[in-house]
Design a protein around this ligand. Sequence first.
Ligand SMILES: Cc1cc2nc3c(=O)[nH]c(=O)nc-3n(C[C@H](O)[C@H](O)[C@H](O)COP(=O)(O)OP(=O)(O)OC[C@H]3O[C@@H](n4cnc5c(N)ncnc54)[C@H](O)[C@@H]3O)c2cc1C
Length: 457
Amino acid sequence: MDAPRVVVVGAGPAGVRATEALVASGLRPLVIDEAPLAGGQIYRRPPPGFRRTTKELYGFEAAKAEAIHRTFDDLIDFIDYRPRTLAWNVQDRVLYTVRDDAVTPVPFDALVLATGATDRVLPFPGWTLPGVYTLGGSQVALKHQGCVVGRRTIFLGSTPLLYLAAYQYVKAGAEVVAVLDTASFSSKVRAAPKMLSNAPMFAKGLYIMAVLRRFGVPIENGVRPVAVEGEDAVSGLCYRRRGGGEVHIKCDAVASGFGLRPESQLAELAGCDFRFDPVFRQWLPQPTGDGRVGNGVYLAGDGARIGGADAAEVSGELAALSLIEDLGRGPGDTARVAGLYRRLTSLMRFQAGLASAFPWPADMAWNLPDEAIVCRCEAVTAGEIRRAAQRSLGGGREINRAKAFSRVGMGRCQGRFCGLGAAEVVAAALDQDISTVGRLRGAGPVKPISLSSILDE
Ligand SMILES: Cc1cc2nc3c(=O)[nH]c(=O)nc-3n(C[C@H](O)[C@H](O)[C@H](O)COP(=O)(O)OP(=O)(O)OC[C@H]3O[C@@H](n4cnc5c(N)ncnc54)[C@H](O)[C@@H]3O)c2cc1C
C-alpha cells in the first residue's frame, strides 16, 4: 500500500510539534511554509548575517525558540520541506501551492493546518498614513530586518503584545514615546484571577511593565485615539484620556494592534464550521478539542484559536496524534492525549483572561467619523459601509450584503484586515448585536498571488 500523503501547512511552534509527532510515527510529511525559514511568528528566524544573539532576539523565550529551531533542523532529513511556498487554496482534498509563480497542486490524504495568526486591525482616523504599522509589523521589522519603524514610536492598542513590542524596542535601544492602552486598568484587575492560572507568564507581564517604567516610558490606560496627525507621514498622535481631555504627542511612527485573529481561511475552504465566540469577539473555527475538522483535515495552533506559542505546541502534537490514530497507525495513546488536553485547557484559560483584560474596543469602530477609511485596499469609508448596510436591509442584515454594496473586503487582503472592524460598523449601523452580522466569507486565493501563476496553470 502507498504511504499516506500527509501535508502540514505552517512551520511555527504548532506545525513543528505536529511534524515531530508525525515523523516519530514513521510518516514523512510534506511541510509547507511561505516564510524562508522555519520558526513561525514568535520564533521567526533572522536572515543569515544577522548579528543579534538569540537572547537579544527572543528574550525570555530564547530557550524555547532554540528548542523549536533545533527540533525542526533535526527533522529536515525525514520530511519534504518546501519553504517560501504559499498554500493559497484547498478543494476536494487537493492543496494548491505557489512558489516563484509556479502553481503546484498537492493531493493529500491528511492535512494539518497550522497557519497561525495575524494582527487584529481596528481602523482609526489617520491609520493609513505612512508611518502607522501593525504591532506585528513593527516586531517583524525588528526580528527579521534588524530595524525599527521610527525614531520616536508610539505603541497603541489593546493586547499584551503592546507592552512586549514596546519592551523589545526599548531593549533594542529605540525611543518609545508612550504606550497607550485602550484597555482600562480595571479590566486587567478583573481578569487577574484567570491570568494567574499561568503565574510565570503573568509575572513576565508585570516585569515588562516595570522595565518600561524604568526606562521612563509613559503608560496610559483607557485611552482612545482621536487621529494620527501628519500630511504625508506621521508627525504626531492625538488621543483622548480616560477622564476626557485631548492630548497631542509628537512622534514619527505609530505601532498599533488590537489582539490577533486566526489565519483561518484555508480551514474555511476545507469545510470547517465556524462559531461566534463572545470572549474573543470573533468567529472562530470549531475543530474538536483534539484538532479534527473531518475529511482528513486537522487544525492546530493560533490558526484555530489564539492560544499563544505554548498552546500552539500542545495543539500541534494533539492534532498529529489524532491524525495518526485516524490513519490507523497504532492505537491512540489515551494517557498522553489526556495530559496534553489538560495542559491545553489550562493554557486557554489564561488566554481567555488576556482577552478579558485587553478587550477589543468595538466603540472605536462604532464612533468612526464617516470619512475614515475602513477598507484600505478598496478605500471604502465608514460612511459608505453605513450607507451600504442600510441599503442592504431588504436583502439581509449582514456583512456580506454590505460588502456587495460597498466593496468592503473585496481588495487584496480579502477582508483579512478590515473584516472585523467593518462588521462592527455594520452592526452599529443596523443596531444589531455583532454576533448576528456574520463574517466575510473566505475565498481562494487566500493571499494575493500573481495572475500569471494561475493563468499558466
Ligand atoms: C506578527 C506576530 C508577532 C508575534 N509576536 C509574539 C511575541 O513576540 N511573543 C509572543 O508570545 N507571541 C507573539 N505572537 C503570537 C505567537 O506568535 C503565536 O502565539 C505563536 O507563534 C503561534 O504559533 P503557530 O504555530 O500557531 O503559528 P505561527 O507561529 O504564526 O506559524 C504559522 C506559520 O504558518 C505559515 N503560514 C501561514 N499561512 C500560510 C499559508 N497560507 N501558506 C504557507 N504558509 C503559511 C507562516 O509563514 C508561519 O510560519 C505574535 C504573533 C504575530 C502574528
